[in-house]
Design a binder for this molecule. Structure first.
Ligand SMILES: [Zn+2]
Length: 82
């Protein structure tokens, strides 16, 4: 979507004015308030999901580390048998 004034790419349609030339954008180029709200809610949701995934990844990494600590210790248990 281009700005009708400077014909540069509009990087955000959430603002009533062009970010390049400051020209007022016609209503058909702008998003409706409820659409902007929907986008914001979506972004918030994605952020929350990403944060949660990161948390989980860290947890899993920690769990894997603990598992390795227990199993790969070099075997002090069965050595006195022979
Ligand atoms: Zn412009």
């Amino acid at each position: 979507m281009d700005c009708p004034h400077c014909h540069r790419l509009l990087y955000s349609r959430q603002h009533p004015r062009c970010g390049h030339c400051g020209g007022l954008l016609p209503e058909e180029l702008r998003l409706a308030t409820h659409e902007i709200d929907a986008i914001k809610a979506e972004i918030r949701e994605i952020d929350a999901r990403r944060a949660k995934a990161k948390e989980k990844e860290q947890e899993e990494r920690e769990a894997a580390r603990r598992r390795n600590d227990g199993a790969g210790g070099g075997g002090g248990l069965g050595t006195g048998f022979g």
